[in-house]
Design a protein around this ligand. Structure first.
Ligand code: ZN
Length: 187
């Protein structure tokens, strides 16, 4: 139900609902992904369909990354996730990697990935987007760019402006098909 992106075989962006670990293994097998080489999980925002298996992945050695703008939200969905699945494993604060969003380029560079992470509120205050130098923008649950006028929300428009200013050309959402971002359409 949630698109998960793997960057350079080493950094995962988003993970599904609690209880979806078997699906994660199945998809990894289908895509011939070696889970052992994955170092980190970046979560676009701490809603239950994006962080549900972070605790399970941490036990496999995939460490959760929390950016400074997300820190106060990292346990936001724990109660809901626990209700949905009693085997839910919350993220352990002391096993989490905390990264300042302004240092995201260096952080990704260390993993061999050219890009940066930016704060893109609109869907939620803790929403971030991963923008690769290739032009790919992983935007989580940002309302889709073609629909922003319908939302009429300046916070969403500002976040999209930031995403485009970073050179993004193609958008990758968590629950929406990928598409080319058309320039010059922001009102
Ligand atoms: Zn979502």
């Amino acid at each position: 139900m949630t698109n998960t992106y793997l960057l350079g075989g080493k950094v995962l962006v988003d993970a599904g609902w609690t209880g979806s670990l078997p699906d994660f293994f199945k998809c990894a097998k289908q895509e011939s992904v070696n889970i052992d080489t994955i170092d980190y999980l970046i979560i676009t925002h701490f809603h239950p369909d994006h962080m549900g298996i972070a605790g399970d992945l941490a036990e496999l050695g995939i460490r959760t990354v929390v950016f400074d703008v997300q820190k106060s939200f990292m346990h936001w969905a724990d109660v809901l996730s626990e209700k949905r699945n009693r085997y839910f494993k919350p993220i352990k604060d002391d096993e989490t990697v905390y990264v300042g969003i302004s240092e995201s380029r260096e952080f990704l560079e260390d993993e061999g990935i050219a890009g940066e992470v930016i704060h893109t509120p609109g869907h939620s205050d803790d929403s971030i987007s991963v923008i690769l130098d290739s032009g790919a923008a992983i935007v989580g649950d940002m309302p889709p760019y073609p629909q922003i006028e319908a939302y009429g929300d300046p916070v969403i428009a500002d976040s999209w402006e930031k995403i485009i200013r970073c050179g993004s050309k193609r958008a990758y959402h968590a629950h929406w098909p990928e598409y080319d971002i058309k320039y010059g359409c922001l009102s």
